[in-house]
Design a protein around this ligand. Sequence first.
Ligand code: FE
Length: 240
Amino acid sequence: MLQDGRDARATIQAGSLCYFAYAMKVATHDLPQAHEHDQGHQAVPSDPSLRVKALESLLVEKGLVDPAALDALIDAYENKIGPRNGARVVARSWVDPAYKERLLTDATKAIEELGYGGRGGQHMVAVENTPKVHNLVVCTLCSCYPWTVLGLPPVWYKSAPYRSRAVIDPRGLLLEFGLKLGEDVEVRVWDSTAELRYLVLPERPPGSEQLGEEALAALVTRDAMIGVARVTMPPPESHS
Ligand code: FE
C-alpha cells in the first residue's frame, strides 16, 4: 500500500531512454481523449507531438534508439496487448479456485501461466475485491501501469488530479467514476512503482454463475481491473 518517502529517482532506471521515448509517444498518443479530470488542471504543451518528434529524432540521431524497435514496441502495446489479457486472467481466477490461489500468491507467475509477461509486468501483485474490501490502483509519482495485462493506460490514470485524489479522497474519486461504496467497505489504495504493479481482481458479478470462462472474460473491463468500476452483468435483452 502507500508508502511515504519513496525516492523519485528510484523509478528512473538506467538505460531506459528507449522506454522514455516510448512513454513520451504514448503520453501524447491519446491526448485528444483527455478525461474531464484533466481539464483546468494540467497545461498541455502547445504542440506535444512536435516535441516528441524532436526528442525521438535526437535519440535516433545519437544512436540511442532504434526507430524500428520503437515502432514495433508501440505496435505491440497499441494493437496486440490490451485489457483483454487481464480480463482472461480475472476470468480464469473466477472459474478455477486453484488458479486464483496461485494468482494471489504470486501474480507474476500465474499471469505467465497464461502466456503474458514482459515489460511492465515483471513484478505483478493481484489484489482481490471482496464485499468488505475495495482495491484501487494508482501511480502517485507518474504513470506506472501493468501494460502486459492492461495495455496502454488511459489518460486520466496519468493525470495529476487522479493521482492525488486517489490518495486524498478515494471514495470521492470513485463516486465520480460512478462507484458508490458502502461505509462498511474498506478502501485500499495501492501505489504502483516501476518495479511493482497491481492488478485488481474484481468481484464476480451476481447472476454470472452460468457463464463460462470466455463469456466471463468479456464482462471484465479495464476500469474494473484498475479499481474504479465493478464488473456488472449486461442488462437483459428486451423482447419487444
Ligand atoms: Fe509511475
